[in-house]
Design a protein around this ligand. Sequence first.
Ligand SMILES: C[S@@+](CC[C@H](N)C(=O)[O-])C[C@H]1O[C@@H](n2cnc3c(N)ncnc32)[C@H](O)[C@@H]1O
Length: 346
Amino acid sequence: MAVEPTQTILTCNAEFVDLALREAHSAVPGSQQSREIAAGVLLLNAPFEAIAAAWRTKPPIFVRHICPAQVQLDLPEENAEAWLSLLQKAHLEAIALHLAPRVPFSIQTRLLVEHPLLKPFDINNALAALVKNAPLEVRQPQQIVSVVIGRLEGALRAWLGLSMAADNLSDWAGGARRFANEDSRISRSEFKLLEALEVFRIALPVRGYALDLGAAPGGWTHVLRQQGMYVIAVDPAALDSRLLRDTGVRHKRMTAEAYLRKNVDVFDVIVNDMRMDGRDSARLLVAYAQWLRRGSPAIMTLKLPNSGRLSLIEQAYAILEDAYHVMAARQLFHNRSEITLHLKRR
Ligand SMILES: C[S@@+](CC[C@H](N)C(=O)[O-])C[C@H]1O[C@@H](n2cnc3c(N)ncnc32)[C@H](O)[C@@H]1O
C-alpha cells in the first residue's frame, strides 16, 4: 500500500476530456500530468483539496466528479477474497480513522474493470461494516469514502480516498446519476431535466405555467406535468399520444419562431431543448424572456459543435446576458454533446 501525496481522480464525458483537463489546470496551475484509468476517468497529479477549494464557489462545466486518491494499492488478478481483504486493510489503516464521528457517510465504489464475482455493492458493504463511529447514509451522505478500481499502465490498481460529499461536485459515484426507468417514461431526455432540476436545486411552482420549447416527443413535458405544472409544448414534431390525452398540456405544433409571433401567455419557467445551433437557441430564449416572470428560471441545453466549443459557449453567454443571469452551467451525466444551463430572468 502506498500513501501518496493526494492525487485526484477526475471524471468527465469521454468526448470532453480536453476541456475537463483545461478546467483542472486553470483551477490548479501546474497540475499538468494526468493518466487515463478508463474512458473519461483520469488520475490527476494535483492535490484534491486545492482543486475542490477552487471549485467550491464556481463549479466547472465539464468535470463531472472528483474524488481524492490518498491510497494506491496493487490488486491481484480476479482474486475476490484477496481484493476484499486488501481493500479492508487499507481502509482500516488509512481512511476509516479519519471519518468524522457521527457524520453520515457512504462508500462509493467504481469498478472500471470487469470482475466475475465482485460487484461495487459487495465492496461497499465490506468497507462500511468496518466503520463504527459514523452512521451509513447511502442517499444523503455528508462524507464519502471513494474506491476506484481500474488499470493503470496495465497494472490492476485500487485508489481510496475520503472527502466531503459537497467537494466531489456530485453526490453520485463518478457523477453517474441514474434514475429508475419507469414504463411511463416518454423519452430518455426526461433524465436530463430530472438531473438538471436536482443539480441546480430548482423547485418548480405547483400549478404554475411552463413553456417547453422543442418539446417532442414530450419527455420534458412529462416531467413538468409530474411536477404539477401546466405546459405549453412547442414543437413542429408530434408529441407522444399519452400527452395528447392530458388536458394539462397544450401542443403548439409549430416552430418556436412561429409561436413567438402568437404568444400571449406569461410563464413561471421556460425550458428549451431545441436541436439547433446554440447561439440561435440562445437568441430565441432571449426573445421569449418577455413572457417569463422576472426572477423565474429557465433551463436550456446548449448543443456543442465538434470544434470551437468554448467559443460557442462564450457567444451564447454573451447573447443570454441581455435577459438572463447565467446561474450555472454543467455537463450533466445525461448530456451528450451538450451542456445544460440554469438561467434566471433578469
Ligand atoms: C432533443 S429533441 C427534444 C426532446 C424533448 N426535450 C423530450 O424530452 O422529449 C429536440 C427537438 O427540437 C425540435 N426543434 C428543432 N428546431 C425547432 C424549432 N425551431 N422550434 C421548435 N422546436 C424545434 C425538434 O423538432 C426536436 O423534437
